[in-house]
Design a protein around this ligand. Structure first.
Ligand code: NAD
Length: 260
């Protein structure tokens, strides 16, 4: 379905991003992975994905807090593949603390990785997408791009900002064959959420299962984590012809959380 196309997926050494990179590869799309981690493990992931899918898989270690590195990542993808058709802005970090105790450096880092990186990457990718009159920008926001929870000021602000950025990009590209949408997942069991479970269990002195059932999934009416594969399949759908008129949307995949 996506044979001959090329994608960049930020934050794809783990969790949702890795799932999306895998699904795009299976759909026939060449992929540039990105993320932090140990070089040998990343090379194993990259080589494994290339072998499993049969597409070209490259890696950029660009730090999503560094605008020049982000631009360099897009340029490297264009050098490697000769094109860029799909950009998935997925890299994200979290920190949980009340506002009056929220560390300023954590605020800056969350805004940089979860919001500003999408601006820099989209800005760098758009000219070639426009020239080819085809493009897909998919921003991995969150339920927290639509509603808030306490103690997540930076994350909620960044994800609401990302939904806003999505709408602006959609309007500016609406006549160019390009779509831009946000996917807004509820809780997905990835390392980012595992860390929150561990921290809450330690701070409340309660078992992990209690945190999952009574705190985390209390807000998610279906009482189940969202599958990485389901988010990845939605991303692939957004890249297809059936979604060519779907732009500027913030799509919840949250077990009913935002239906309340
Ligand atoms: P994760 O921790 O498993 O993966 C995060 C990825 O981002 C990793 O590849 C990591 O290396 C990369 N990353 C972090 N900082 C980076 C930096 N400075 N430069 C480059 N890469 C960096 O997390 P995840 O749960 O898969 O989250 C992926 C996205 O989905 C995030 O934007 C997150 O906010 C969003 N999301 C997650 C959930 C959830 O429940 N897990 C829910 C809604 C939205």
């Amino acid at each position: 379905m996506l044979k001959g196309k090329a994608a960049v997926v930020t934050g794809s050494t783990s969790g949702i991003g890795l799932g999306i990179a895998r699904a795009l590869g299976r759909a026939g799309c060449d992929v540039m992975m990105n993320g932090l981690g140990e070089a040998r493990e990343i090379e194993e992931l990259r080589a494994g994905l290339a072998e499993e899918t049969g597409v070209r898989v490259e890696f950029s270690g660009a730090d999503m807090t560094d605008p020049e590195a982000i631009t360099g990542m897009i340029e490297a993808a264009i050098d490697a593949f000769g094109r860029i058709d799909i950009l998935v802005n997925n890299a994200g970090i979290q920190h949980v603390a009340p506002l009056d105790k929220f560390p300023g450096d954590k605020w800056d880092a969350i805004l940089a990785v979860n919001l500003s990186s999408a601006f820099h990457a989209s800005k760098a990718a758009l000219p070639l997408m426009r020239a080819g009159r085809w493009g897909r920008i998919i921003n991995i926001a969150s339920t927290h791009g639509l509603v808030a929870s306490p103690y997540k000021s930076a994350y909620v602000a960044a994800k609401h900002g990302l939904v806003g950025l999505t709408k602006v990009i959609a309007l500016e590209t609406a006549e160019d064959g390009i779509t831009c949408n946000a996917i807004c997942p509820g809780y997905v069991l990835t390392p980012l959420v595992e860390k929150q479970i561990d921290e809450q269990a330690a701070s409340h002195g309660i078992p992990r299962q209690t945190v999952i059932r009574d705190i985390m999934l209390a807000v998610q009416p279906n009482k189940a984590f969202i599958g990485i594969g389901h988010i990845a399949d939605l991303a692939v759908f957004l890249c297809g012809d059936a979604a060519s008129g779907l732009t500027g949307a913030a799509l919840p995949i949250d077990g009913g959380w935002t239906a309340r």
